[in-house]
Design a protein around this ligand. Structure first.
Ligand code: ASP
Ligand code: MG
Length: 254
């Protein structure tokens, strides 16, 4: 039995039909006798829409209230996904960043994770439930909601995978992994089947945006294997693995 963390980005949970599709994939992974914890981003453009709403009220909104507002996006997707999994006949339990034990510093809008103590997530998994965790958020020492910076759910997923001692962290997106160039712009771009952290970091610093830089650094620091793949297809994605690990030994590659 493997312990798998799956992260679904905003485009993978853009509407309720997509959430149902993701729920099926999560349940399928669980049925292959894996333990599954899921990290979700906000649905589609929710985060941008929330920012626009805030700015239409106050051109310089208080940072604390901005983070309070932005954490709402991931609460919507996490609870709807838990419901969709329930409708599929499996048990799921959703957790906010706070409930999942994400402790951050006090930099609103760009908080850094200081510790992850996912006791309630572990408990849910040990009871045989699927745990759904809101990405991109935590709490500071005052107990206020913080966000990790745009695209921060990737980092949430890796941090959770590390704290749980997961076998792999799967990052689901709308492309089949990491390509030599953006396949939406360059049709001849080739998928990279497997790659090491260092090369991904080089690509990221060249502006390739498939993974957040901090997420890759975090994975590298703790040797957490990543599988970047599409939630819209069954094709293999890109494995980002530590040196010396045979990618074929990783779980859930089909
Ligand atoms: N929803 C947040 C954003 O759009 C976090 C994320 O998607 O990773 O930046
Ligand atoms: Mg997003």
């Amino acid at each position: 039995m493997a312990l798998i963390v799956q992260k679904y980005g905003g485009s993978s949970v853009a509407d309720t039909e997509s959430i149902k599709r993701v729920a099926k994939r999560v349940v399928e992974t669980e049925k292959k006798s894996n333990k599954v914890a899921v990290v979700v981003s906000a649905m589609g453009d929710t985060t941008d829409d929330l920012i626009d709403q805030a700015l239409s009220i106050d051109s310089n909104p208080p940072e604390r209230e901005m983070d309070m507002l932005m954490t709402a996006g991931e609460r919507i997707s996490m609870s709807l996904l838990a419901m969709a999994i329930h409708a599929e006949g499996s048990r799921a339990h959703s957790f906010t960043g706070q409930q999942a034990g994400f402790f951050t510093d006090a930099r609103y809008g760009a908080a850094h994770i200081k510790a992850v103590r996912p006791d309630r997530v572990k408990n849910a998994l040990s009871l045989g439930d699927i745990a759904i965790v809101a990405g991109f958020q935590g709490i500071n020492a005052k107990g206020d909601a913080t966000t990790l910076g745009r695209g921060g759910s990737d980092t949430s997923a890796v941090a959770l995978a590390v704290a749980l001692g997961a076998d792999i962290c799967e990052i689901y997106t709308d492309v089949d992994g990491i390509f030599t160039a953006d396949p939406r712009i360059v049709p001849s771009a080739r998928r990279i089947p497997s790659i090491d952290y260092e090369s991904i970091l080089e690509m990221a610093s060249c502006g390739s945006k498939v993974l957040a830089l901090r997420c890759v650094e975090y994975a590298q620091r703790f040797n957490m294997p990543l599988h970047v793949r599409s939630s819209f297809s069954r094709r293999p994605g890109t494995l980002v693995v530590p040196d010396g690990i045979d990618p074929r030994t990783l779980p859930n590659l089909d």
